[in-house]
Design a protein around this ligand. Structure first.
Ligand code: SAM
Ligand code: SF4
Length: 331
């Protein structure tokens, strides 16, 4: 096995793969209500995704997360789940995981468990059915909770992702923390990032993490944990709940110095940073030029990976914002 070092000297071992830009929800912070999606011909098929994953694993990727859009809405996704699961079974991958909105989890939990997904992230911004429906523009909270319970019952570790939304779910943090602690789930809180055009109320909804967690600090004792996952969260123990709380703070506390990630989009581009338009296009290399060209592009991606994102200026100035939505690159 080789290892991958980027132009800033960072060790890259984590690949996020967006398997579709489509989704059955329309979370208002993620995409506009009327969203156009990529034509099917532009998408990598499962054998192409598997080929790229194999190559990246050979170069040193040890963790893969599937994301989207909603990964579980892509047709026949079980084909890819099982294929990638084979790498975990063979010891070539340390971790295979998924970020999902949970709406199809009840159906897919057994396939995920059989494909060696030991932990998954489920997005859940509210435990109030009406607020949940409003944020997701139509999502059914009961269906998501049923999916989460089905996955947990099969021994899959659950981490809940909650985006901090000013005036929308900021009064719900205590209830969410207590719910997660009671169920044995981890909880990660995410600051909303200024990605994508046509997303209403971007600045109005932004709340810094210190403000969002203030009610939790008033009630409970938070102490830092040494634990690190493969992602950017910093972890805290919430006593006496015994809750492991992850804070993802791209804006208020930048974490780019130890970024270990590359992102593969549905149409075969590698984005080196969520907050940058810079990318290299693997689809043509894969379809026309062969594996030597793929290897050359990977080296280029590593060389060009930016030192840090620029979300602070992008939040303040709409002209600097990236038109790409979160569902296109994957969260
Ligand atoms: N559909 C799946 C889901 O919602 O979990 C996977 C894709 S979604 C883009 C991945 C994560 O990104 C979710 O936890 C979502 O809440 C988060 N997300 C989407 N848009 C965001 C934004 N503008 N700022 C911060 N997080 C965002
Ligand atoms: Fe869909 Fe996930 Fe984006 Fe919500 S956050 S619209 S569930 S991709």
């Amino acid at each position: 096995m080789t290892s991958m070092i980027d132009g800033q000297g960072r060790h890259i071992d984590y690949l996020r793969i967006s398997v579709t830009d489509r989704c059955n929800f329309r979370c208002h912070y993620c995409m506009p209500e009327k969203q156009t999606f990529l034509p099917h011909n532009d998408l990598l098929d499962y054998s192409e995704i598997a080929l790229l994953a194999n190559r990246f694993i050979a170069h040193g990727i040890r963790k893969i997360r599937l994301t989207g859009g909603e990964p579980l809405v892509r047709r026949d996704i079980e084909v890819l789940l099982k294929e990638l699961g084979g790498h975990v079974a063979a010891g070539r991958l340390d971790e295979l995981t998924l970020t999902t909105n949970g709406s199809r989890l009840a159906q897919f939990a057994p396939i995920l468990a059989a494909s060696h997904f030991r932990r998954i992230n489920v997005s859940l911004d509210s435990l109030n059915p009406e607020t949940f429906r409003t944020i997701t523009r139509g999502g059914d909270l009961a269906q998501v909770l049923e999916g989460i319970a089905a996955a947990a019952a099969l021994g899959i570790g659950i981490k809940i992702n909650m985006v901090a939304l000013k005036g929308e779910n900021e009064t719900e943090l205590l209830a969410m923390a207590e719910f997660c602690a009671a169920k044995g789930y981890d909880l990660s809180l995410i600051e909303t990032m200024p990605l994508g055009e046509g997303v209403a109320n971007r600045q109005d909804r932004y709340i810094g993490m210190d403000d969002f967690i203030a009610p939790l600090r008033e009630r409970y004792a938070l102490s830092p944990l040494a634990h690190r996952s493969s992602g950017p969260a910093r972890y805290w123990n919430v006593a006496p709940l015994g809750l492991r709380l992850g804070l993802i703070t791209p804006l208020s506390h930048n974490f780019c110095d130890d970024c270990n990630r590359l992102r593969l989009t549905t149409d075969g581009k590698i984005y080196m940073c969520l907050g940058s338009t810079m990318h290299v296009d693997f689809r043509k290399a894969l379809r026309e030029d062969g594996m030597a060209a793929v290897d050359t592009l990977l080296q280029k991606a590593l060389r060009l990976k930016p030192a840090r994102h620029d979300f602070e200026r992008q939040l303040a100035d709409p002209e600097l914002r990236l038109s790409r939505h979160m569902n296109a690159t994957g969260g």
